[in-house]
Design a protein around this ligand. Structure first.
Ligand code: LLP
Length: 401
């Protein structure tokens, strides 16, 4: 079995399960993102990349991404705080999320973040009144639900009318007018996010076309400011969200996603003027392939018709297979040379859904072998829980390149 390169001697000394982040893969990924971003910025307008902190918020990872010059996309006050502590400049932080609490809004205003991505007219009113009380102005983008199908897993689709996210398109003019009428918000532009793990560029093409229509619609409006003056809205910022997917089946052959195709899609299909800025907020594509969950085989158990490799990591450590039926490649790094056998690889949690993969060929395993679940850097450690009162998985970081 082909496996990635892992410091097995170091792993042997550690208590499993834990996440292992390969900083060489992360460095290569960040270098590629920055190169492709610069290429598209040179040929159209400024294109800025924000990292979606929800994917992985481990300190050393955040610091590395901040040092590489990416901004931060946050969805809670806790994420805004983590971004600031990791060194992301406040003016490169955006705060999205369908329900921000008053405390979170106040905190973000105090920090002077770049902007709030606002998801409802109700939220707009609250942000304005809190900013007004604090004697400041909140910069806002309106998150629009564009009713574009991302053709991904139903649980990670966000841009359809039936989803809770964003302002329905028919309320957009009202929301823009509201931004100009309210005393303490400044309208910057529009925000979109249609879903995650998108590997075919077509949904992004559809989104680009929808954005072009909506920007034109907004810029044709006339609004009235609090002094009764007529103003024409300008969409200075277009935030296209995240969603670029990775190849879970092939972490060894394709560790870096196709950022060129992704940026080229926007360059080709999105109409951007020189006075406009485009933001994207990538999570999975930046961090998934550098992270791995390292676990140890506790028992090899014969079932009636199956063979179970029972490992010490459970669904509490990596919930993606149980929650989305997601696939993570599993490699036996202790005995990669052994002939493959068929297993269900399962965890110790008292739930039938605590299964990582079924009917899976892997080099024959025995008690004590180390297995690695690949491509687990995104939505792995951040989604871990203590269910069954298990300890949270730890993590180790490879020495930086
Ligand atoms: N922007 C917004 C507003 C988002 O809601 C998300 C992800 C992103 C950006 C980043 O998307 P990405 O580039 O990572 O696809 N737990 C699920 C994924 C949930 C994604 C939530 N929102 C999973 O494990 O597949």
């Amino acid at each position: 079995m082909i496996t990635g390169h892992f410091p097995i001697a170091q792993f042997e000394r550690l208590e499993t399960p834990f996440y292992y982040y390969d900083m060489t893969v992360l460095s290569d990924t960040l270098r590629t993102v920055n190169r492709e971003r610069a290429a598209v910025s040179a040929s159209c307008s400024a294109f800025d990349v924000h990292y979606a902190i929800k994917a992985c918020a481990t300190d050393a990872i955040l610091q590395k991404i901040a040092q590489a010059g990416l901004g931060a996309d946050c969805v809670s006050g806790g994420e805004v705080k983590a971004a600031i502590e990791a060194g992301f400049p406040a003016d490169r932080i955006v705060f999205a999320g369908v329900a921000k609490s008053d405390r979170e809004i106040r905190y973000a205003l105090e920090q002077g973040i770049f902007c709030f991505n606002v998801e409802s007219l109700e939220e707009l009113e609250v942000i304005s009144s809190l900013a007004f009380e604090m004697g400041t102005t909140a910069r806002v983008c309106l998150r629009v639900n564009p009713n574009v199908d991302a053709h991904t897993h139903g649980k990670i689709t966000t841009g359809l009318s039936e989803n809770k996210f964003g302002i329905p398109m028919r309320f957009l003019p009202q929301a823009v007018a509201c931004c100009y009428r309210l005393p303490a918000v400044e309208f910057l532009g529009l925000h979109f996010h249609i879903g995650s793990q998108i590997t075919d560029m077509k949904p992004f093409v559809h989104l680009a076309h929808r954005i072009n229509e909506l920007v034109a619609e907004v810029e044709q409006m006339t609004c009235t400011d609090p002094n009764g003056n007529t103003v024409r809205p300008t969409v200075q910022h277009i935030n296209v969200g995240g969603g670029l997917g990775i190849l879970y089946e092939h972490p060894n052959h394709f560790p870096i996603p196709d950022f060129k195709a992704y940026f080229d899609t926007w360059r080709t299909h999105l109409h951007v003027r020189a006075d406009q800025q485009v933001h994207c907020e990538l999570g999975r594509s930046i961090i998934a392939q550098c992270g791995n969950l390292v676990t140890r085989v506790l028992y090899v158990k014969k079932g009636e018709n199956k063979q179970f490799a029972i490992v010490d990591a459970g669904m509490n450590d990596l919930i993606r297979p149980a929650m989305y039926g997601a696939f993570h490649r599993v490699e036996n790094i202790t005995h990669p040379e052994k002939e493959e056998q068929l297993y269900d690889i399962v965890g110790p949690v008292c739930e039938s859904s605590d299964v990582f993969v079924e009917n899976y060929h892997i080099s024959a395993v025995e008690r004590g072998d180390l297995l690695v679940m690949r491509s687990a850097g995104a939505y792995g450690e951040t989604m871990a829980s203590q269910y069954n009162l298990r300890r949270l998985p730890g993590h180790i970081i490879s020495s930086p390149k």
